[in-house]
Design a binder for this molecule. Structure first.
Ligand code: NAD
Length: 368
């Protein structure tokens, strides 16, 4: 096992609800990696979301932003909860998510949707449609209609009107395309760019720039698909896709659809990269309905750590071992309640699932 050269720094933001619970196993894994000298790493903790609003009055305090700026990567649990739902927008925990993504310049959101064969029964699709599914949704994260201006709600002649602006510049499109093509090169070399070029000018430009950047990647296949068709194809024949790249709004929807193909929200990790500091988080929220009960699935959080190791610490070897550890635990038939089904031998809680993954990880690491 090679030693990492430079001491890396990461910021840990457990957040709200099940966030701190699913962080437990991750802490053990990190402590072990450092204790064994497998990675040269140090970390700080910070506040984000509801807990940050409670303690500082703001969901994303300046202290957290400063800590993120001096880190190579940020690992985030989840934010939000019913207690904060009536706060004004600027104080809402979700505001912190958009804020930190924007601040870090993490413009590319990677959502791997990979089906662990042991969980094929957990998907609502037929096993023959989803077996061996392994696709990656690349969503543009800091542009498009979520950030475009003008935006607002105005009253005109006594009638209220809400409006937003979908807007993408050439450089914004070019850089997300390069992320998609680079990823495809390490996978099955196929990129599908999703747009609505039959209706939207911003999509016409999106398609033109995609074609232009494609010239830099002649070894990768590029195809285009309208978003309505992509939504349909994802449930009809998802295995046709390798890397799907799209804008912020379409990506928000399609990445959740792709996630559902694999069965449980408790299994899915994400990475937001492109800036100096990468942001890694499970796709699930703070799950207030199960928080504090030791039943949340910690695997999405653990798999987020695997993505951090791969994309921010350049430790593909360790990421692979961690993914193997998760797979081995599933093979043994251990399941949290959200993924129970065929092949379940024992239902375990958050802590116990974490213990098993940790033990497996130690085992596979020692073999290396
Ligand atoms: P959610 O993802 O928190 O929960 C949806 C459902 O999935 C719930 O039934 C929950 O129990 C279940 N679930 C989620 N994660 C699970 C896990 N690890 N193991 C087992 N079951 C799991 O979404 P929601 O209920 O729409 O939102 C709850 C709060 O989280 C809201 O305040 C919302 O704004 C916030 N939220 C935060 C993020 C984030 O931090 N990235 C993302 C989505 C929602």
């Amino acid at each position: 096992m090679k030693n990492a050269e430079r001491k890396r720094k990461i910021l840990l933001l457990p957040g709200d609800g099940i966030g701190p619970e699913v962080f437990g196993p991750v802490m053990r894994i990190l402590e072990h990696l450092v204790g064994w000298g497998v990675v040269s790493l140090e970390w700080e903790e910070g506040l984000i979301g509801g807990i940050a609003t409670d303690r500082t009055g703001l969901p994303l305090p300046a202290d957290t932003v400063e800590k993120a700026d001096r880190s190579d990567a940020v690992l985030l649990g989840a934010v939000g909860g019913p207690k904060y739902d009536t706060l004004p927008y600027e104080k809402r925990p979700e505001r912190a998510l958009l804020g930190i993504r924007e601040h870090l310049g993490a413009f590319a959101n990677l959502r791997p949707a990979r089906l662990f064969p042991e969980l094929a029964g957990a998907s609502t699709l037929k096993p023959e449609v989803i077996s061996d599914l392994d696709l990656m949704v690349v969503r543009e994260l800091t542009g498009g209609i979520y950030f475009g201006k003008p935006r607002g709600i105005v009253t005109e002649d006594g009638v209220r009107r809400g409006f937003n602006t979908e807007s993408y510049s050439e450089p914004e499109i070019a850089r997300i395309m390069r992320v998609a093509f680079d990823l495809a090169r390490k996978r099955r070399k196929k990129v599908t760019s999703v747009d609505k070029a039959n209706v939207l000018e911003s999509s016409v430009l999106w398609r033109e720039v995609a074609n232009a950047i494609h010239k830099e990647y002649p070894d990768v296949e590029l195809s285009h698909m309208y978003v309505d068709n992509a939504a349909m194809q994802l449930v009809r024949n998802p295995r046709q896709f390798d890397v799907l790249v799209t804008g912020n709004l379409f990506g928000d929807i399609l990445s959740d659809e792709a996630a559902q193909l694999t069965g449980s929200i408790g299994m899915l990790a994400s990475a937001s990269i492109g800036g100096k500091t990468g942001l890694y988080e499970p796709i699930h929220g703070s799950a207030p309905d199960i928080a504090g009960k030791d039943i949340a699935n910690p695997l999405a959080m653990i798999l987020s750590l695997a993505l951090l190791l791969r994309y921010s610490l350049d430790r593909d070897d360790l990421a692979g071992l961690l993914e193997t550890a998760v797979r081995n635990v599933l093979k043994e038939g251990l399941r949290t309640t959200d993924i129970q089904g065929d092949g379940t031998k024992k239902i375990v809680g958050t802590r116990e699932m974490g213990d098993h993954v940790f033990a497996e990880f130690k085992k596979v690491l020692e073999k290396k």
